[in-house]
Design a protein around this ligand. Structure first.
Ligand SMILES: [Zn+2]
Length: 298
């Protein structure tokens, strides 16, 4: 596939990166540097867009700016974060404009500049990027990347944002939707914590769930933490035993819920009473696919 991509890039004079994930960005960047082609790159997330031209007119490449891939769990993609279609349209038109300018022999405005579009405030800003780096592993003075590599293993994530799956927990810290269903069917006392943002909870949720967004756990929101404390205490009284309260965490796809499990484990025995926390693998979309076909998919 990589040889095929390098061959493809050689067939064209300008490359436009419209991809939606980190491994593909590194792959396309390296292919452009190795074949000496300018890379017109645009991206959009939620209400914001960015545009720049890499490897152009002595300017930096993507690796000059981002020599190390970000940890996969810190990357918000469009599947999880959402994006407004109009923002993508605006960025796509600007990207096409830069391609046409370069193709017709006019200069691009974004050789070492980053255009940032804030759709919420309807504002454009332009910032100067750092220069091409002599130590860059692909476009620097002594490059060590001289052919395309395995970008999925380099970045630690799949080259897609459609089925991104984080793997932050051990098998003991997770249950399948089938296992969770049997816990519900047996009437085993537990808490179900839904950590999606309110806007998603309003679309659909499981009736027994309590709702605290992941962001509130990350920010240690006092109201939400106290609410969780109360729910744990109530259940502890009902359980009338010395067992730890079991908490199952769910989100849309099973990524944010893993982050929440890690946070809650840190809080167990300190900010919170001791609890047993587990993630529900695949989240509510797995529930909709495997347990309850009538549950809304979004
Ligand atoms: Zn570079």
């Amino acid at each position: 596939m990589f040889a095929f991509l390098t061959t493809c890039v050689f067939m064209y004079d300008i490359v436009a990166d419209c991809s939606d994930n980190v491994p593909t960005r590194y792959l396309v960047n390296d292919a452009c540097v190795l074949s000496g082609k300018p890379l017109v790159s645009a991206s959009a997330l939620r209400m914001e867009g960015q545009l720049t031209v890499y490897n152009y007119n002595g300017g930096p490449c993507y690796r000059c700016l981002y020599p190390v891939p970000p940890p996969p769990e810190t990357v918000t993609n469009c599947s999880d974060g959402g994006v407004l279609g109009v923002v993508v349209g605006v960025m796509g038109c600007l990207q096409a404009l830069e391609v046409l300018k370069i193709a017709s022999g006019q200069k691009s405005s974004f050789g070492q500049q980053l255009l940032m579009f804030d759709a919420q405030d309807s504002r454009f800003r332009c910032i100067k990027l750092r220069a091409k780096q002599a130590g860059c592993v692909v476009c620097g003075e002594t490059p060590t990347v001289t052919e395309l590599q395995d970008y999925e293993s380099f970045c630690g994530s799949a080259a897609t944002d459609k089925c991104r799956r984080l793997n932050l927990l051990s098998a003991e810290q997770r249950v399948s939707v089938q296992e969770y269903k049997s816990i519900v069917d047996c009437g085993t006392p537990h808490l179900l914590l839904d950590v999606r943002p309110k806007v998603e909870v309003d679309i659909c949720h499981l009736p027994v769930s309590i709702k605290i967004p992941l962001a509130s756990l990350e920010d240690q929101n006092a109201d939400h933490i106290n609410f969780l404390k109360e729910k744990i205490s109530e259940l502890k009284l009902q359980m009338s035993s010395e067992l730890q309260v079991p908490v199952y965490v769910v989100c849309k796809l099973g990524n944010d819920s893993q982050k929440a499990v890690q946070l809650l484990e840190k809080m167990s025995g300190t900010e919170l009473e001791r609890i047993t926390v587990k993630d529900i693998i695949g989240g509510l979309m797995a529930w909709a696919n495997k347990i309850d076909p009538s549950f809304p998919k979004y």
